[in-house]
Design a protein around this ligand. Structure first.
Ligand SMILES: [Cu+2]
Length: 360
């Protein structure tokens, strides 16, 4: 009796769960492709919807015919004889060859048009270089004068052309609400052009399995109104000009000054993997940490940005993000609590005001 009850509830639960999963696709979740704010993603959606409804039409016709046949021609008596077998009706064969061919042709034409529109590179687009690393994204503006990571700032209403590259293995650049997936391939450059139509913060993901922390390789696109974007760029370009990056030159005091000294200290190794503009830190293995205080997240979306989370990261990067390259050198206990507090004060202090739009 109990066994039977379980048998009948399992399919129901599965059905309800899959309905919930399907319906959740219809709400404006951070990673949905059904609510778009960029031309590239909108063109894909404009292809998806008609194809979806055509598929619904085919489903209804085929399943309708099947259900009708099953009910209309079911045998009403037990041990009925096998009915006459019909095979190779020429008219029907022609009909169900031509009808799908027409549907597929329509879909093919629509697909080629979308592909052509989405691969067009407007010559006036603002050029930004994006490099995929295990497991974070690097962004360069103006031939590398401005370099940041994991937060991609773009202007609203203007086409940007992302020049996609990879430093180690293949990655894939995807911003569900703004632009479709494009590969980042070592030794090859791909181009992706798109335009954000509204200010907002949008989620981005690596969409190609690229190793242990592939699932932890996220980024944010921060689309700012033209004036705010121009301000961001100007502010970023005016890094504290200090050839040797000493605390005095940077105008730092207290914890932050000590943090700057630790960061610059070759023995602590931060400077051999990270760059901070205007300082002695010139390492190219990890993300550029210039104006780190402006970041939205820590370690490519692993933790929301906060000084507490930064301390957690510095205590033991591996426990936060398995396999990450920093964890090979900075292990639990490498940094003392006071050193962590100093580094956090230093990194958090490097920021300027940005008119942040809402998460979308
Ligand atoms: Cu990746």
């Amino acid at each position: 009796m109990r066994k039977e009850a379980r048998k009948s509830t399992v399919p129901l639960v599965v059905l309800l769960l899959s309905c919930a999963a399907m319906l959740s696709g219809c709400t404006n979740l951070p990673a949905t492709t059904l609510f778009t704010y960029g031309d590239h993603a909108t063109r894909i959606l404009d292809l998806l919807m008609p194809v979806f409804w055509m598929a619904v039409g085919v489903f209804v016709v085929v399943q309708g015919a099947l259900v009708y046949t099953v009910i209309r021609f079911r045998s009403k008596q037990a041990n009925a004889p096998v009915p006459a077998q019909i095979h190779g009706n020429t008219n029907i064969e022609i009909m169900w060859t031509i009808a799908p061919a027409i549907i597929l042709l329509v879909i093919a034409v629509m697909t080629f048009r979308t592909q052509a529109a989405n691969s067009y590179q407007p010559p006036e687009a603002m050029k930004i270089r994006a490099i995929g690393h295990q497991w974070w994204f690097e962004f360069q503006y103006d031939d590398g004068t401005i370099v940041t990571a994991n937060d991609l700032y773009i202007p609203v209403g203007q086409s940007v052309q992302i020049q996609l590259e990879a430093a180690d293995v293949m990655h894939n650049f995807w911003i569900p609400k703004l632009a479709g997936k494009t590969y980042m391939i070592p030794g090859k450059t791909n181009y992706l052009a798109f335009k954000a139509t509204e200010a907002g913060i949008f989620r981005g993901f690596c969409a190609e399995f690229c190793g242990e922390s592939h699932g932890n390789m996220h980024f944010r696109v921060i689309a700012l109104d033209a004036a705010d974007f121009a301000k961001w760029k100007t502010n970023f370009a005016t890094t504290p000009a200090a050839a040797n990056g000493t605390a005095q030159v940077l105008g730092l005091t207290g914890d932050a000054a000590r943090g700057a000294a630790i960061f610059a200290d070759a023995k602590k190794q931060c400077s051999s993997c990270h760059i901070i503009s205007g300082t002695v830190a010139k390492g190219k293995i990890g993300p550029n940490l210039t104006y780190f205080g402006n970041r939205r997240t820590i370690a490519a979306g692993m933790l929301p940005y906060s000084t507490d989370n930064m301390a957690k990261w510095l205590q033991d990067p591996t426990s936060i993000k398995p396999g990450n390259l920093m964890g090979r050198v900075i292990k639990k206990g490498t940094l003392k609590d006071q050193e962590i507090a100093d580094l956090v004060a230093y990194l958090d202090g490097m920021k300027f005001a940005v008119n942040m739009p809402a998460e979308k």
